[in-house]
Design a protein around this ligand. Sequence first.
Ligand code: HEM
Length: 508
Amino acid sequence: MASHTLTLISISAILLLTYTIIQQLLRRRAAAQFARSHGCQPAPAYPQPERLIGLALIKESKARSAKREVLELFRERCDRMGPTWTMGMLGGHFVFSIDPENIQAVLAKNFKDWGLGQREHTWGPLLGKGIFTTDGAQWEHSRAIVRPNFVKSQIVSLGMFERHIQELIQKIPKDGSTVDLQTLFFNMTLDSSTEFLFGESIESQLTFEGSDAEKFSEAFDFAQHQMPGRNRMGNLVRFIPDRKFDEACKIVQDWGDRYVAKALKNLAAEKAEKDDDTKERYTFMREMASQTPDPIQLRNEVLNILLAGRDTTAGLLSNLFHALARNPRVWQKLKAEIDTLEGRIPDYDCLRNMHYLKWVLNESLRLYPPVPTNARISNKDTVLPRGGGSSGQMPVFVPKDTIFLYSVYSMHRRTDIYGADALEFKPERWSPDAPGGPLRPHWGFLPFNGGPRICVGQQYALTEASYTIVRLLQTFGELENRDPKGWVEGYGLTLCSGDGTKVALKLR
Ligand code: HEM
């Protein structure tokens, strides 16, 4: 009887194995046909002792990350390999690219062939399902709810920014002593984004210590800083308990829930009053609540947006002032443009008409993009338009489940796109009268991403950053660098200056 059962098990195992092998062969044949029909050639493979674990690459990345040089490491690898190449790591197949054509194909032309991969699992405990963490129909739904509010965000008064900037100015020493502007910018964007999203600022620039707001802010920062590590763990993250992380997520979500409950209550009261003077009392949360009464979705969306918008804008301002402190010529030119306002507080139109300011912002976003690298995963067999064959000009076949990594940081430093001086901070390169003609990098300049998932907060961020710069230069006439070292990366989820922005400012 026992031997009969054993024979049955053996036959089943052999049948299963045969079925799997045939499936694999059929899949390979179909993939080869697909690749042939698209004229694909393989992209160069990064030289690795082994491609299964990719231990050598992991070790190298860890060592360079400790020196705060991981973005430069990716750039060096591209210098060695060209714009598109493949590698193997942690059992996965990766394509790395800094080719604008390929990035455009992934983010726009073949958008439906790609997804975010593990983001929902790694970030879900903090952010839940929302615009930043989901794919497919669920993301479409989130985007449809969130986006109209950003068009309405034009009605966010610049007065809101003015109040937070005045608080920042209060914190800047007037006696010429050194200040780290980066810390101040992170607090300011936390205050303005919580006011914009929740309708009430967390006021981290004012009385904060020991408050619930401080607990929320610390928990949010802590949980965010765990994200890069959780991303690296990929699927495994679901099986590794992390009590401190879970506690931080709970603090953040409870905080969000309180504001959602308040917004829903206010909305119900307004409806009862039949008061339709909404413009006066516009808040993001209130507008969202009028479209989506689901409290969990409301909380998730607002936390997703807070994460997407706070550190990125603070990073932009910190890196930009880091560069200004080392480029007195640019500071003077920017000041001259701002002085045409003769001290008047700028409105939207003024900001839009400041060309040099726009070039300074572009140049900072180019050299120090707040989202310097990103990834997508293929959800079916697909094709990249370039990178294959000895010329590197042939399409590349990409099997399902391939991870596409792209470095906007490295792409923005390509000398064939930006010229031999690509590593220099030169806002004039964005002038239509620049020597060699106007710069038209198209998909080669991508600080806010492109395609259907382009940053929804782009205009909001540029307005906040522009307004902050103008008001600071209207207040302070001189900026002095107080850090002899050069820029190093401060790269977690987003990119800031690794050693802060240590400067001294002198009142006009
Ligand atoms: C300088 C500041 C900013 C930069 C450089 C930036 C950059 C980006 C980038 C590169 C993405 C794409 C991420 C991805 O798909 O993986 C993105 C998405 C997003 N950003 Fe921004 N962002 C900035 C500020 C903001 C602000 C201020 C907000 C909101 C207040 C915001 C809200 C969002 C949202 C909600 C998404 C997700 C869009 C989607 O997936 O449909 N961002 N941003």
